[in-house]
Design a protein around this ligand. Sequence first.
Ligand code: G3P
Ligand code: MG
Length: 223
Amino acid sequence: MLRIAHRGASGEAPENTLAAVGRAIERGAAWVEVDVQACVDGLVVIHDRTLERTTDGRGPVAGHTLAALRALDAGGGERIPLPHEMLALCRDRCGLNLELKGPGVASGLLVILNQALTDGWRAQDLLASSFDWGQLRELHGALPRVPLGVLTEQVDVAACAIARELDAAVIGCALATVDAAAVTAAHQAGCRLWVFTVNATADFERMAALGVDGVFTDHADYR
Ligand code: G3P
Ligand code: MG
């Protein structure tokens, strides 16, 4: 069962920073997941819609310019990273799952992903995922080579249908909803099932026993 570094090694370094992803790579993570949001004039890597929890800034990410966001402290002196910095750090070291977290990310991200493929990234080492299936559809239409992850609270008929429509590689669902039927349904839709967020030993064991393919974890132990 694959262990995906959730927001980087977020248990050991400020989440969604270059430090967190660097730490995950050092620890041997085969895959890293980070969150991408749109600001006034570009895309940044950050989870929340607002700045307060993870930075020394205030207010909505979408209301700030790149220059303003880059001046903030995202923890331990880290800057809010850009998607292309994450790509540069992960290239040839680990797979990179970019989650489209807020609205308006797809159009910018497809330019960045297209450039990554041109630069030699292998498509199978990338995953673009989202709870916003409309943005996944937009990405797929423009850049069908990039594998997609359909995020959902539970593996239901709608999630499986969109996964099939978009030829998704992964369905990502919440730990609380996973059972044997969910694993079967995801596999029948042609997808691997990745589960978020798994940190307790008993949950790792239960997911492995169910045949789950991957778990997002904050713990920097990816073996
Ligand atoms: O992609 C899985 C997981 O990251 C989704 O939840 O809120 O941690 O981005 P969240
Ligand atoms: Mg995420």
